[in-house]
Design a protein around this ligand. Structure first.
Ligand code: NAD
Length: 480
């Protein structure tokens, strides 16, 4: 059954939450008193529709229903998750919870996006403190998976676990924080770095651009895939972490940091930072910077997904939960349904020719899996190797387009298998591919017969598919 989330406050963060839930198939009900809230949130949703599906190699669930409401009671109606992303003012948030709790389902979870308040502060005037937790996200919420989940001693015993389970279904990575502290875990680091950066600018040692270069050209990339401790472990070499600490530990006693001392944010310092930032990035609008950021994040996250590493593991694991289930194999079937990601497009602004074959290859992998070519089968017995492909390029496919492939078995005789793929985009046939495969014994890596069970299944599928006729464009392979 479709789940419903209520979003209270639909700005930068609330809009990102709304987009994440919607694109993962939830209905979303929004309350935001600003007259421009609907317009702002729709603009964010437009960006998210281009970005989030580009991380996945399968289609996301059908989008949920978005609605805007003039009262809190309407917005929280039927919601199992209520996400508060109102401005960072304690009394405002506390008042909001009193209104929410007078009308919402007592079983619903109320998560706050607060960057700094502790759950006990948020809960202090609440009717049911156990219902309120911190669920602190990172901008853009529709791409970045980390959610810091924080409870207090008043939080219900299983609330954080229920929250974690629910958020995982929409592809998020909930990190349970063991104990409440102001600013949770991640913002503590950001605050420390921010303090150092302000000193470096005030003392004239670095500009905003030089500070950003120092991060993005070096350690920022290391942090993105290994974090702090795993990176230092590697730096310590075979001698290990203890050696690393004994080598660099003494530096902690030197005056390398001014963490406890904060520069006064005078008008002069603020002006210096603002004008340096204008010089650095003023040639780009915020919308242009946002799409640059999204494209960069997608590229890095997809690359990590290919290795199942860090944020990429979260993506890969979530993708498995929304993989298509095996359809009836006795009729030509959908073996691919996905959006065209940014990196599949070439200089002509359309999908590169090699990616048509990649799409076919993904479809092929799925079909072969369904007939029994599992990772275990490949490791211990056999597999199917492509010996020939015949591609017909029939229509352009653009970035963000949703493409599907239908697979038909043209011929299955012992170790020889001939498949035909029709790739469609926007209701039009964009390409056809005919693929000739040979079954291989993986011990000898030479052609060999598939097991009788697999061969029988393929024969039955080929006979059943023959009733659907010979597709236009078939006959391109096996002419040698
Ligand atoms: N911006 C970030 O990078 C970031 C990151 C993580 C968490 N947060 C936290 O998220 C929360 C929201 O921050 P933001 O950056 O989205 O701010 P924002 O100003 O972009 O959005 C706040 C929204 O709340 C609406 N609002 C005002 N009063 C309201 C009320 N009584 N009920 C419902 N909505 C109301 C406003 O109209 C606005 O649309 C804050 O608690 C902030 O600390 C922000």
């Amino acid at each position: 059954m479709t789940k419903t989330a209520a979003i209270l406050g639909g700005g930068v963060i609330g809009g990102g939450w709304a987009a994440r839930f919607l694109l993962m198939g939830w209905d979303v009900r929004v309350f935001d008193p600003s007259p421009t809230a609907e317009e702002t949130l729709n603009a964010m949703l437009g960006r998210a529709r281009r970005a989030l599906p580009a991380l996945y190699d399968v289609a996301l669930p059908a989008e949920g229903k978005l609605s805007f409401h003039g009262t809190i009671s309407e917005a929280v109606d039927g919601a199992v998750w209520i996400q508060e992303s109102a401005p960072e003012r304690l009394e405002l948030k506390q008042k909001l919870y009193q209104q929410v709790q007078s009308v919402c389902d007592p079983e619903a979870i109320i998560g706050s996006s607060t960057s700094g308040f502790m759950p006990s502060e948020l809960q202090s005037c609440a009717t049911r403190p156990e219902q309120i937790i911190v669920a602190h996200p990172f901008n853009p919420v529709y791409l970045l998976p980390l959610i810091e989940l924080v409870g207090s001693d008043k939080t219900g015993p299983d609330t954080l676990d229920r929250a974690k389970d629910l958020l995982e279904t929409v592809g998020l990575f909930p990190l349970k924080v063991r104990q409440e502290i102001p600013a949770h875990i991640a913002d503590r680091f950001l605050e420390a770095v921010w303090r150092e950066a302000l000193w470096l600018i005030k003392d004239g040692i670095a500009t905003t651009e030089e500070i950003d270069d120092a991060i993005r050209m070096g350690f920022g990339l290391r942090w993105g895939q290994m974090g702090l401790f795993e990176t230092y472990r590697v730096a310590g070499g075979p001698a290990g972490m203890a050696h690393f600490i004994s080598q660099f530990g003494p530096a902690l006693e030197w005056p390398w940091t001014k963490l406890m001392d904060v520069p006064e944010l005078t008008d002069e310092l603020i002006e210096m930072i603002a004008s340096q930032s204008d010089a650095q990035s003023g040639h780009l609008s915020i919308a242009e910077l946002e799409s640059l950021r999204d494209g960069n994040l997608i590229g890095m996250m997809r690359s990590l997904k290919a290795r199942g590493s860090a944020v990429g593991k979260v993506l890969a694991d979530h993708e498995k939960t929304i993989e298509p289930v095996m359809p009836d194999l006795m009729v030509p079937m959908i073996t691919l349904d996905r959006q065209v990601p940014t990196d599949w497009v070439d200089g002509n602004g359309h999908m590169n020719e090699s990616r048509y074959v990649q799409a076919m290859s993904e479809a092929s992998d799925r079909f072969l899996l369904w007939i029994g070519t599992t990772p275990d089968y490949i490791a211990t017995q056999g597999s199917w190797f492509t010996v020939e492909n015949h591609v017909r390029y029939l229509a352009e496919v653009m970035i963000g387009d949703r493409i599907s492939a239908t697979t038909k078995v043209l011929e299955a005789k012992g170790k020889k298998l001939k498949l035909f793929y029709t790739i469609r985009c926007n209701g039009e046939v964009a390409a056809t591919v005919e693929q000739l495969l040979i079954h291989v014994d993986m011990q000898t890596r030479r052609a060999g017969e598939p097991p009788a069970e697999m061969a029988d299944l393929l024969t039955r599928i080929a006979e059943a598919h023959a009733a659907f006729g010979v597709p236009e464009g078939a006959g391109g392979t096996g002419r040698r």
